[in-house]
Design a protein around this ligand. Structure first.
Ligand code: ATP
Length: 753
């Protein structure tokens, strides 16, 4: 998390850990509080201190110092505490304690108790591992008992049992899954999607609905004012006349009811407000100069539920409350109108005219902001009840073009069986116009407003949800209902969010996605993924990565298990026919831990198959180890076992037990290495490209080198109990090892389309 502090006379955003005692800290809604501090300026600050006090209701902060000695934390209203977060308002504070000296630092033990959870895949594999281990111990005991009964040497029988156990247990499985997930998330982070929870990577492949914000995610969030309505006239943004009192006043209001700053071409603040600051700049009006001249004496911060913001400024000795916000919210609070003929009653006819202009602007995809004001008393502390009985001054219409990549990303979603849904606080017509441009909306009836959702019961919403693509004027509470409705229909839902109020919806969604640039720390904390570029197309890329990572892990596991199956089948065969033990445990450990691990990781890094986004989302309820998966494992294992056992028999015929065991071990090792190419994809390697996975070639070559070291370097030959092989025997080993690859590739070339 970052913190906004005053450094070298300027506001700077720094990592929270760099905050020091004495820093001046600026706080806005959604910020995490990085240190303990004393308030020195307060605009209706409300803070959630539940991590400290357990009280989940937000606490209203005040500037007055508390004088009593031992007052409880929750009652120290002039102090803010590290570990809590701002739910509403703004404030400035001076840092009094950091790190372990803070109140939460003193109870740091609580913070350390959070543990990384295992992913569903890891849990499935753990279960599988446990069951496999029990089954193997059981079978090994039976084999051991039968052999003893048959009168075999106790040492031989024991060796069989141990060999079987080592062959069957996939020692590297769990670590390989973790390694592949780690590599995958690293790649995703480079592509602007930071996964906060490992298990979310698996769920990405199952997402069937993506609910996305409009502003900044589907659009560029680079707003520019295009047109202005003042004094009943629509004027282009560059045609305002600053000599005209109403037009000048309008520009002043746009700069005063505004917290953004543009300095040396750097824009700080909400893009909607930056657009207004830039409009002032077109007329040589500097926001800081204007704000110095007309001091702010009060404010009600913007919040996306209310969709309004108000400030009180001292203008020529009078106190003027300026309110700006969504037209449909503000217009109903207007009773008069400012015109060049003076103040006039705001008639029904006027309302209809302005609404018509609003519709025209919105149809062009423009975002409309409405401005109004009224005079207040000097000592009046304004609150939301005062945002009434206002005087209408004008409108601004801003353009926020769609991101160029949004259209393609939406198409990609649809072809991947994922429904893209736009959820926005903006006006319905504006939202629909943008949604149509990028392909989310096909028909007008697919757009709906938040107030309409309120009229639906949960059941009705569930019935309608599949036919709706655009939700406008939505508040964060509506978002939760939308997510739930989709989930009730059996979908896996991703939802984006940035504000503090979005946190519950982000938690409710299967994948909560927070905005890295505009998102509040609270939203980030509630999410499983953070977009560092706030871009919708990054979500789609992440889904594609998630699908590929899952498919690759699946292939890795299949590879490991088929190799182990081959080992089990070979040992069982030898035991049943009362032949000598085909492998020493050390042979199997060498394969399982060394020569098999590298191809398994290489398979996890298989380049992404572009066609993966043409498939439907994976069914979350389908188990990884399903029948078709186990079939493939069985067939792969059987083919490798056949090659291994033929080599074993050749060894027995042409040499002795030691030669036979060496031949079986070498064939098993090599055949498993070659089999890696079989598990790369459903399709043949000629279809996906023989050389496209460089890692697998590297793993193959390294595996062959390691095997040859063991076969031909005398000290290692002793350790690994191998006999000297003839050239012909080595030829057989290679010929037999490559057989499963040839058989399976031939099958794929002929039968898999
Ligand atoms: P999205 O939910 O897609 O990010 P949004 O940015 O339009 O869209 P909000 O920020 O909740 O959503 O804004 C909702 C409405 O509130 C806007 O359509 C606008 O009319 C109004 N609004 C936005 N920003 C401000 C602001 N700084 N001051 C006053 N009103 C604002």
């Amino acid at each position: 998390p970052n913190a906004k502090v005053l450094r070298n006379g300027q506001t700077a955003e720094i990592p929270s850990r760099e905050v020091v005692v004495g820093d001046i800290l600026y706080l806005d809604a959604g910020d995490f509080i990085p240190a303990d501090g004393r308030l020195i300026m307060n605009h209706s600050l409300q803070v959630n201190e539940s991590s400290l006090t357990g009280e989940s209701l937000a606490v209203q902060k005040e500037l007055e110092p508390i004088t009593e000695a031992d007052v409880s934390l929750g009652d120290r209203k002039n102090m803010i505490f590290s570990g809590s977060f701002v739910t509403y308002g703004r404030a400035t504070s001076v840092v009094t304690n950091t790190g372990m000296q803070t109140e939460i630092g003193k109870i740091a033990g609580l913070l350390e108790s959070a543990q990384e959870k295992k992913t569903p895949l890891q849990i499935t594999l753990d279960h599988f591992g446990k069951r496999l281990a029990i089954a193997i111990i059981f079978i090994a005991l039976i084999i051991f008992s039968v052999d003893i009964y048959r009168g075999q040497e106790i040492v031989d029988s024991f060796m069989f049992a141990v060999a079987l156990a080592v062959a069957a247990i996939p020692e590297a499985l769990s670590s390989i899954v973790t390694i592949v997930l780690a590599f995958g998330t690293q790649k995703m982070a480079k592509e602007n999607a930071i996964m906060r929870q490992l298990h979310a990577v698996e769920s990405l492949g199952s997402i069937s609905v993506i609910c996305s914000d409009k502003t900044g995610t589907l659009t560029q969030n680079k707003m520019t004012v295009q047109k202005v309505l003042v004094d009943k006239r629509v004027i282009a943004h560059d045609q305002l006349n600053t000599e005209h009192p109403l037009e000048k006043n309008f520009l002043l209001m746009a700069l005063l009811c505004n917290d953004s700053i543009t300095m040396d071409k750097k824009e700080i603040g909400d893009p909607t407000e930056v657009a207004l600051t830039n409009l002032g700049e077109e007329y040589g009006m500097d926001e800081l100069v204007v704000r110095e001249e007309y001091q702010r004496t009060g404010e009600i911060p913007f919040d996306s539920d209310r969709k309004l913001m108000s400030t009180v400024n001292k203008v020529d000795g009078r106190y003027i409350m300026i309110t700006k916000g969504a037209l449909d919210v503000l217009l109903s609070r207007v009773s008069k109108m400012d015109t060049s003929e003076g103040l006039v009653e705001f008639t029904e006819q006027q309302r209809r005219k302005i609404e018509k202009i609003n519709r025209d602007f919105s149809t062009e995809g423009l975002r409309v902001l409405c401005f109004a004001y009224k005079e207040v008393r000097e000592d009046q502390e304004i609150n939301i009840v005062d945002e009434n009985d206002l005087i209408f001054v004008g409108l601004t219409a801003m353009m926020d073009p769609p991101r160029p990549e949004s259209k393609e990303a939406v198409e990609s979603c649809i072809s991947a069986g994922i429904k893209p849904v736009m959820i926005t606080g903006d006006h319905k017509i504006t939202a629909a116009a943008i949604a149509r441009q990028i392909g989310i909306l096909k028909d007008e009836s697919e757009a709906i407003e938040g107030v309409e959702i309120e009229k639906f019961t949960d059941e009705q919403l569930r019935e309608k949800v599949e036919h709706l693509s655009v939700y406008a004027r939505v508040s964060p509470e509506h978002k939760i209902r939308i997510v739930k409705a989709w989930q009730d229909k059996g979908n896996v839902v991703a939802m984006t969010g940035d504000g503090v109020n979005d946190a519950p919806a982000l938690k409710q969604a299967d994948i909560g996605i927070a905005m890295g640039i505009t998102g509040t720390e609270v939203a980030k904390d509630a999410s499983s993924m953070i977009l560092t570029d706030d871009n919708f197309s990054t979500i789609v890329k992440a889904v594609s990565n998630g699908r590929s990572i899952y498919a690759n892990i699946n292939n890795s596991i299949r590879f490991l298990l088929s190799g182990n199956t081959a080992g089990i089948l070979s040992v069982l065969y030898a035991s049943m026919l009362a032949l000598p033990v085909p492998f020493a445990p050390v042979h199997l450990l060498f394969i399982n831990l060394l020569t098999d691990s590298l191809p398994a990781i290489a398979l996890g890094l298989e380049p992404h198959n572009k066609k993966i986004m043409k498939e439907k989302p994976r069914d979350v309820h389908q188990p990884l180890l399903n029948l078709s998966f186990l079939n493939k494992v069985g067939i792969g294992g059987l083919l490798i076992a056949i090659s291994t056992l033929i080599a074993f028999h050749i060894g027995l015929e042409t040499g002795n037990e030691a030669v036979a065991s060496t031949m079986a071990f070498s064939t098993l090792c090599l055949a498993r290495l070659f089999h890696g190419f079989n598990t790369r994809s459903k399709q043949s390697i000629f279809h996906i490209g023989v050389f496209t996975n460089h890692y697998l070639w590297f793993a193959l070559i390294l595996g062959i080198i390691l095997l040859h070291l063991v076969l031909f370097i005398p000290p290692l030959m002793g350790v690994f109990e191998v006999a000297t092989l003839t050239g012909t025997q080595l030829g057989y080993i290679y010929g037999l090892s490559i057989m499963p690859l040839i058989v399976i590739q031939l099958y794929k070339v002929i039968f898999v389309r």
